[in-house]
Design a protein around this ligand. Structure first.
Ligand code: AMP
Length: 545
């Protein structure tokens, strides 16, 4: 007899759909608030009605299951509406990266085959710039509350708020296969064309449950719960804002959406709403801490995951001294994204900020449903000695199954049945991972691998340094040597020699390998960033090597 479970004819199979997150009992918190900047506060009851209205608007303009609806907006309650209404109709949500070049954005719109684009008025000029070069037949809705729709050169279906107000607040979201595609967006690679990744309903539900559980693992640190106050500071177009908006809505937690990121406004919202939980890249945190007047804000209730790039130790220590519960998180566009978190135990909270930073700045421990291995070139797991580098490869139920319409790169991504991250890392005896580089950023000095991140960490501790990035620089003797591109703080004068001495001291006390003393220093006014605010080492190599 087969041991497959029998299905009673009338039993409900419960497909893992985003609808189930939307309807989940905890999220049924009708008076809880969803805030947009300093402009609007909605109750969950009102917001949920708007999700139904949006589905009716889209249906009325012809959107059907399988169609793609794209969004270009700042982080807002409206974006959150799209996160639910579009996939719950059976359509695909394409979150357009509004910081791509016009050419790249045009490519993603065509490649994803967007049927409808919901566009904030601030981004209409971008669309106007590529008008006539993208194929016809697409429909557009503008977000321009109180604006005059007829003034735009585009044919628009209408203004978002106007359309919503005229639509019915009742929509019957259907059940369908949990493997239906729910979202798509494009990786922000700095070379070549953007690559599309995609996630199903099942994957987003499993990612939400895994993240909810992971943030409940530590006893006291970095927790996220129903009484948290959440504000994302990684754009909603990028990897579902790390999936936390789905977690927050699922738990019925208060949410604050900051619109366009303006440091003064972010600080004001953190303060006014007593925000307890966010996530952002290191450059944004650095900006918030350096913002004039920032020291006047009490940030001691705030937990913040830092991901997208390694959390530099100097920044972590500065944040800890301000009372911020800072810790690293790791993931990629391809991974939905959350793979690991650098959480800390209750006992470790008694350590000094410097000692805690060593733990909090790591890439951390894999979350519940993420299997992560660090392997050498032959595919063998490296020893847990925190020294031997290898590539991180992963398996989990919520990884993109490939790149959209791109078999060659998809096969390479999944070579051998494991997803290849191209991130180089070491593992310690407790199983905590620490990324030391991207495979493409590793510097090879006389055949030895040198971690650019470790050198950056040392240099960032110099009090005159605002920002630093370390890249490989061609050298006839060594093949390559490290070059530190250093931006100094306003009014700070120091010699390159001081940077070299700092690195030499770290070599002497065993923090950095001997090869690091081949360092060169290059001053710059600013450091190039990618469209999501990370250090752009490809651009830096082009400029300086
Ligand atoms: P993206 O697909 O744009 O989200 O970029 C993903 C890449 O960012 C990863 O492959 C890593 O190279 C880098 N990254 C993300 N999180 C971390 C982290 N905690 N530490 C170091 N690098 C990270």
């Amino acid at each position: 007899m087969s041991n497959l479970i029998e299905k009673t004819k009338s039993a409900y199979e419960y497909p893992l759909l985003i609808k189930q997150l939307f309807l989940a009992p905890l999220g049924n918190n009708p008076d809880q608030q969803i805030v947009y900047r300093d402009q609007l506060t909605l109750s969950y009851r009102e917001w949920k009605e708007r999700v139904h209205r949006l589905a009716n608007v889209l249906t009325s303009i012809g959107v059907k299951p399988g169609n793609t609806v794209a969004v270009m907006d700042w982080d807002s309650h409206r974006y959150l509406e799209a996160y639910y209404a579009i996939p719950m109709m059976g359509a695909v949500l394409h979150t357009i990266n509004v910081r791509l070049s016009a050419e790249q954005m045009m490519y993603t719109i065509e490649h994803a085959e967007d049927d409808v684009i919901i566009c904030h008025v601030d981004f209409l000029p971008l669309l106007e710039g590529i008008r006539g070069r993208i194929s016809e037949g697409r429909k557009f809705i503008v977000i321009d509350e109180g604006g005059d729709v007829s003034k735009h050169h585009f044919h628009l279906e209408g203004e978002y708020e106007q359309l919503l107000s005229e639509a019915s607040a009742a929509y019957d979201f259907p059940d369908f296969d949990e493997n239906t595609r729910a979202t798509t967006f494009y990786t922000t690679g700095t070379t070549g064309l953007p690559k599309g990744v995609y996630f199903s309903h099942r994957q987003l539900v499993l990612h939400t449950l895994t993240t909810t559980a992971a943030l409940a693992v530590p006893a006291v640190q970095g927790r996220f719960h129903r009484d948290s106050v959440y504000m994302p500071i990684t754009p909603m177009f990028h990897v579902h804002a790390w999936g936390v908006p789905y977690v927050a809505t699922f738990l019925g937690t208060k949410q604050v959406y900051p619109g366009k990121y303006v440091p003064a406004m972010l600080l004001k919202l953190l303060d006014t709403h007593k925000v307890t939980f966010s996530h952002c890249v290191p450059t944004i945190l650095n900006m918030l801490l350096k913002e004039p007047g920032s020291a006047n804000y009490d940030l001691s209730r705030w937990s913040c995951i830092i991901g997208g790039a390694a959390l530099p130790k100097a920044l972590a220590i500065e944040a800890l001294k301000r009372g911020i519960d800072i810790f690293g998180g790791y993931g990629m566009s391809e991974t939905c994204p959350i793979l690991s978190l650098a959480q800390i135990t209750e006992q470790e909270l008694d350590l000094t900020p410097e000692e805690q930073a060593d733990i909090r700045c790591r890439t951390g421990y894999p979350v519940g449903l993420a299997q992560m291995r660090v392997v050498d070139i032959e595919g063998n797991d490296v020893p847990n000695d925190d020294k031997t580098p290898g590539e991180i490869i992963v398996r989990s139920p919520y990884l993109t199954q490939g790149y959209l319409k791109d078999h060659v790169h998809s096969e390479k991504l999944w070579e051998g049945g494991w997803m290849h991250t191209n991130d180089v890392a070491v593992v310690n005896s407790k199983g905590s991972i620490r990324i030391t580089d991207r495979t493409k950023d590793v510097i090879k000095v006389g055949g030895e691998w040198l971690s650019s991140l470790e050198i950056e960490d040392v240099i960032a501790k110099h009090e005159g340094v605002l920002e630093v990035a370390v890249i490989g620089y061609p050298d006839t003797n060594w093949g390559e040597v490290p070059m530190a591109i250093v931006v100094s703080k306003d009014g700070c004068n120091f010699q390159d020699r001081e940077i070299i001495q700092l690195v030499k001291a770290s070599v002497d006390n065993g923090v950095l390998p001997r090869e690091a003393i081949t360092l060169k220093v290059q001053r710059a006014e600013a450091i190039d960033k990618t469209s999501v605010g990370k250090i752009n080492k490809v651009a830096l190599r082009k400029k300086f090597s």
